[in-house]
Design a protein. Structure first.
Length: 703
């Protein structure tokens, strides 16, 4: 398999207006490994006719097909012992070297693109029986967990067997191309893919399945999988992700050339979902950044990115010790400064008490039937309801609910919308002297959220204010608008609602502002950051109150992530098993953290065994050793009586924490930063350029 060198041309990337189309770019073709080492491939029935080609010649037209390897084996296959299947390449390579030294047997690492794992294999044996005997010997030397696998030898005549219905026939060569005869996608492996699907007979005599398509089309199946547009619905954040993903793709062209493809479809490379995951918003982000990539000193950068950085990214060499790129430096994932709003309600006044006192002023003193009745009548007038010739006689709950039903015409609602079964379910020990009509009304008010509480007790001041508030919402005297805070320009407040729509509201000087303090929502000045969830209350189209809850995770850009903080408990038995998988023979006893990076992430640990032997673990391998989401953690030793002893890991972040923080990019976009600002923040000193293939230097694969 030969891969001609790709000559890339970098051009300045201009800041095009959002409405202007991006300049056309030369299509750059990419091969994505979808699956490896299959013994057969079944192509399900597609809606249109597919075309199979070999060596540029059509060999079949079909709607469904089965492909199997039919290769001549020149040398017999070998049997090997698989010692582990690990996520971390450096850890897998280290284990292979350790096993080769300690067992005096050849050991190496095989990457499986289908499972995203590095498989550590030891020895080479001509028969299974010989491999099983070696398995017993190696168990005595510390390799207690292994299993026998086979690998094919050298291939001679290469052929593929195609079965279409009842007919089977042979096709010479290692390659088979499948495409839609009408130019659409190919449905295969439970997905649908643009371009061509290639079947490649690999050196092990098994099948690799590959999707070949232009890079820009490939990104349509990557960006929404890496950064879901339904959750991260900011165009600028998605554009930053598109440029990072494109850069990673272009830099890693040909990484798996010996296997017939450029890049894998799993988290080891970039997660790729084909046509099924495409989305209009990510398509737009890709189109508006078409051809753009990140360069440093004239070369494509290693555009690493992860989900959530926990407030600070990390220097690359702390997590990936063999890397030292100057543009992958740890940076804060937040910025100073908040937007202040000071309301006119005195601090400490509870919500909704302060708002309802302004909307429905109290005429008189004390909590009396006259003052409460007058406010209920005033609310009815604001709602446009006629007032009955009725008066509130007392503050007993039975009388208050009777008056509410009378003045707001709720008696029929109670009869229609409350079933007899609801009474026993909603009412706890109702007064025995209440009529069924009164009980139905009580149940209806509870169901609708208008009035709740102990039926035997008179209403308190707080319950009265809450009931007036609920009634005002019910009668549309108040409108509540919820969304995420975006910005404040003078008195103009902008929010983004549920339908990704941006709305602006002018705040009057007399607006009330309320903040959640513990379990109480009280009047307070507000300190807002973009992304905060806020509620606006409007009366007659004018904002009368703003409420919000400060995010307890602080001001970091990545605070919207559900992965921003986590805990994991690992018992001694669990840690022993995890360590044994990676370091056979180390009788794990404890560990010590030796180094931390600029973000606080653990860069090096020492694993100590009971026999005095110790092993140092560095970088990302720490994460896999302890099976934790990130290496930004603290560890506490717990030895509870009567329960298993172990370690409590408390951490932040999700991923490796190097380069672009995806949730942080979303936070920056919400604060008004462009995708260029985002990329230059997370990748220090980079430039944004358009990348294109130089004419005549296209990559060529031998097929």
């Amino acid at each position: 398999m030969r891969l001609a060198a790709a000559v890339l041309v970098f051009l300045p990337a201009l800041g095009w207006a959002q409405s202007s189309p991006a300049p056309a770019v030369d299509p750059i073709m990419l091969r994505v490994g979808l699956a490896t080492d299959l013994r057969s491939l079944s192509v399900p029935r597609n809606s249109t006719q597919l075309v199979a080609e070999s060596s540029g010649r059509v060999v079949a037209r079909f709607s469904s097909l089965r492909v199997e390897p039919a290769a001549e084996i020149l040398s017999p296959g070998v049997f090997r012992l698989q010692a582990a299947a690990l996520k971390d390449e450096s850890q897998a390579q280290g284990l292979a070297q350790q096993l080769q030294r300690s067992l005096n047997e050849p050991a190496d690492v095989v990457f499986d693109a289908g499972s995203d794992l590095y498989r550590v294999r030891v020895g080479r044996y001509t028969t299974r029986a010989e491999a099983e005997r070696a398995q017993g010997r190696m168990a005595l030397k510390g390799l207690s967990q292994s299993w026998v696998v086979s690998e094919k030898g050298e291939l001679g005549k290469a052929e593929l067997r195609l079965t279409r219905g009842e007919d089977s026939f042979m096709v010479a060569g290692r390659w088979l191309s499948l495409r839609d005869g009408n130019g659409g996608g190919v449905r295969i492996l439970e997905g649908s893919y643009r371009g061509r699907v290639l079947v490649f007979l690999n050196d092990r005599g098994l099948l690799n399945v590959i999707n070949e398509l232009p890079v820009e089309e490939y990104l349509r199946g990557v960006v929404p999988r890496e950064m879901g547009p339904e959750v991260y619905d900011s165009l600028e954040a998605l554009k930053a992700q598109a440029v990072a993903a494109r850069t990673y793709t272009m830099r890693n062209l040909g990484e798996f050339a010996d296997e017939g493809y450029d890049i894998c479809a799993t988290p080891r490379c970039q997660v790729y979902g084909g046509m099924a995951v495409e989305h209009a918003l990510t398509d737009r982000a890709i189109q508006e950044t078409a051809g753009e990539a990140l360069v440093y000193d004239g070369k494509l950068v290693d555009a690493l990115y992860s989900s959530t950085c926990g407030g600070h990214t990390e220097d690359v060499q702390v997590i990936f010790p063999l890397k030292n790129q100057p543009y992958l430096k740890g940076v804060t994932c937040l910025e100073s400064g908040v937007d202040q709003i000071v309301g006119q309600v005195p601090n400490g006044v509870p919500f909704p008490h302060g708002m309802m006192q302004d909307l429905l002023p109290v005429n008189g003193t004390g909590l009396t039937a006259a003052t409460v009745g007058a406010r209920l009548e005033q609310l009815a007038l604001l709602a446009g309801l006629p007032l009955p010739e009725d008066r509130l006689a007392s503050l007993e709950r039975r009388e208050v609910q009777r008056f509410i039903a009378s003045i707001y015409d709720l008696a029929l609602d109670a009869r229609l919308f409350v079933a007899p079964e609801d009474l026993a379910y909603l009412l706890d020990q109702p007064p025995p002297d209440w009529s069924e009509r009164e009980l139905r009304l009580a149940a209806y008010l509870i169901k609708s959220g208008l009035l709740a509480g102990d039926l035997d007790e008179p209403l308190t001041t707080g319950e009265i204010e809450e009931t007036l508030f609920r009634l005002a919402l019910y009668l549309r005297v108040l409108d509540r608008i919820e969304g995420h805070y975006l910005s404040l320009e003078g008195r103009e407040l902008s929010i983004r609602g549920r339908e990704v729509k941006t709305d602006a509201f002018r705040l009057p000087e007399e607006v009330g502002t309320y903040r959640l303090h513990g379990q109480r929502r009280e009047a307070s000045s507000l300190a807002l950051l973009a992304g905060d969830h806020i509620s606006l209350y409007l009366h007659a189209d004018q904002v009368v109150a703003v409420t919000y809850e400060a995010d307890t995770e602080g001001a970091a850009f990545d605070r919207p992530s559900k992965h921003k903080s986590w805990t994991r408990f690992r018992s001694d038995a669990e840690l022993t098993r995890l360590v044994q998988e990676r370091y056979p023979g180390l009788d794990f006893q404890s560990f010590e953290i030796l180094e931390r990076g600029v973000s606080g992430r653990v860069g090096k640990i020492r694993l100590d065994g009971k026999s005095g032997r110790s092993v140092e673990v560095v970088g990302l391998a720490v994460r896999w050793t302890f099976d934790v989401p990130d290496t930004l953690f603290t560890a506490k030793r717990l030895t509870p009586p009567g329960r298993a002893a172990g370690w409590l890991f408390t951490g932040r972040g999700w991923g490796h924490g190097v380069g672009l923080c995806q949730v942080g990019a979303f936070g920056m976009a919400q604060r008004g930063h462009s995708y260029r600002d985002i990329l230059r923040h997370y990748y220090s000193g980079v430039e944004i350029a358009r990348v294109s293939m130089r004419a005549g230097a296209a990559r060529r694969w031998s097929e």
